[in-house]
Design a protein around this ligand. Sequence first.
Ligand code: DGL
Length: 280
Amino acid sequence: MAERFTPLPDAPIGVFDSGLGGLTAVRELRRILPGENIVYFGDTGRVPYGSRSTDTIVHYAKQDIAFLLEQKVKFIMAACGTVSSTLPAEYTDALPVAYTGVVESAARAAADATRTGRIGVIGTQATIRSQSYAAHIRSLLPDAEITATACPLFVPLVENGYFGADNTVTRLVAQDYLKEVQAAQVDTLILGCTHYPLIAPIIAQIMGPGVTLIDPGRCTALAAKAALEKAGLLRSGTDGAARYFVSDTPDSFARLSEWFLGEYSGGSVTRISVEGYPAD
Ligand code: DGL
């Protein structure tokens, strides 16, 4: 593991995900912290993570983090519910810079939002298997009734651009996946994977107006701001830039990320090979 060092405010924030999903957190970071420089890594060559074993996810995530540390980032955000649910705290606590996943902030937002205590969680298979969201929610609301459903097709659908509000394929899949949380009459639904906010309009239509959707990227961007402020590491101004790195061809990433980031898009996209990075 890299040596601890004292980061400076001008250093970038490092954000990573298995693919496009973490851009939902980047968009929020760029909106609320326009002075920050961001280095984003999307492991597009190895997406999806959520259907893999714990060992493999941990191995991949450690390599992703090693790449970001090489970029001399001041803070690391795992903008991935799967990684956040899987990386052990003994590892993340020992990182040379501060780290946050998305689970804690999203669980807190859900606990604050619910009126009935009935909370739904949707996520990848690995995230649901870990019960990470449920554990955090129960630490805040011991009597919460939690209904958790894995939605393994959502990530490939989003990665392939099937996220328009009128996409009939994604709508059909979502209708099936959301049956259980609908039957449980949840009033709050955690979009427990950072890819899911891209299809939030479809999910919102199916769940109806009485259900609050929790976007983990948004909650975590706010938590990152608070953490950086506390550490004296906020970069002021509005001239922050973003650089994007991917582990497979940058073409589709560049196209989809532009569509998704909208006014916050911009920044070079470079392909790197992540396999050679250490996973210790
Ligand atoms: N965005 C990732 C998450 O939040 C997707 C994981 C995957 O690649 O399956 O879980």
